[in-house]
Write a protein that binds this ligand. Sequence first.
Ligand SMILES: [Zn+2]
Length: 354
Amino acid sequence: MKGYGMIKVGEHGWLEKEKPTFGPMDALVRPIAIAPCSSDTHAMHGGSGPKENLILGHEAVGEVVEVGALVRNFKPGDVVVVPCCTPDWNELGVQQRGANNAHDMGPMKSFKFLSSKDGVFAEFFSVNNADANLVLLPEGVSVDAALMTVDMMSTGFYGVEMADVQLGDSVVVFGIGPVGLMAVAGAKLRGAGNIYAIGTRKNCAELAKEYGATDIISYKDGDLVQQILEKEGGKVDCAIIAGGSAESMNQALMLVKNNGTIANVNFYDVTDTFNIPTYLWGLGMSDITIRGGFCPGGAYRIKKMLNLIQAGRIAPEKLLNYQYEGFDKIQDAFTVMDEKPRDLIKPVVHIKWD
Ligand SMILES: [Zn+2]
């Protein structure tokens, strides 16, 4: 079968590989819509280690082709939403108290498509633990909207959950790429008061406003921290880091009140370093909580995201501003994700099979 991915570090292209095998609890799926992600291009450039001959892609809505003998809830022809994170629910790690199921066997180990097997930019891909991971596309939810739940919404909202945004809180969101935009929307749904969204790209800023940002903060207008402190008349309750550099952590520490929370969902590079003067963290006495995490996966998580769409609370498909039609266009969509033109928010490829 054909798939698109990394030939080696720094080189992407079409790959010819065997159709994936799947176990008795798994499903074989073919994509009907996929979205390239900065994690895919990050991996292609070597950001997650020296990989080669690997099909990329981890955001998909698909059609079930075959299921293993023990799969009860799905059959060939079902249209399914595929979480980017597909935990192995038989692993004890998932059952740990308070566990984030993204890390069933170690850091991010449920992020299987990119880390331990071929991804969804393929004629076929396998999904482990199909009954516990897949979700039928619900009535009234478009393929595009569903596609944006599997990573963008789940990750942006995880930032909001980690930051523990409360009614009336003032929140700063660093970065208004697709994840930051979903963090803005999630903070609004959680009842935030002021939402300061940091970014410069015009169409992203417009969408941030639409999703609930009260203020757009640009470095072009002066020091980010000073601008927010002035507008707020003091510090904020929480910050969500969904973009920027390691320096964003220091800015967040300057912005968040004692007892506040900083939640990070930004994927740093192995070469990045936090350089935090201790006074920014109250010499260790600030009671500011710093959290970072990877979005949980599985069917229950994604159903919650889909519920919000069904109830008309959020329209995440607005992120998809580069549209492509046909399997062969995965190459163009991946290339645009890699080149990141200024107006790109998120690309999508719709695929029809004969
Ligand atoms: Zn992604």
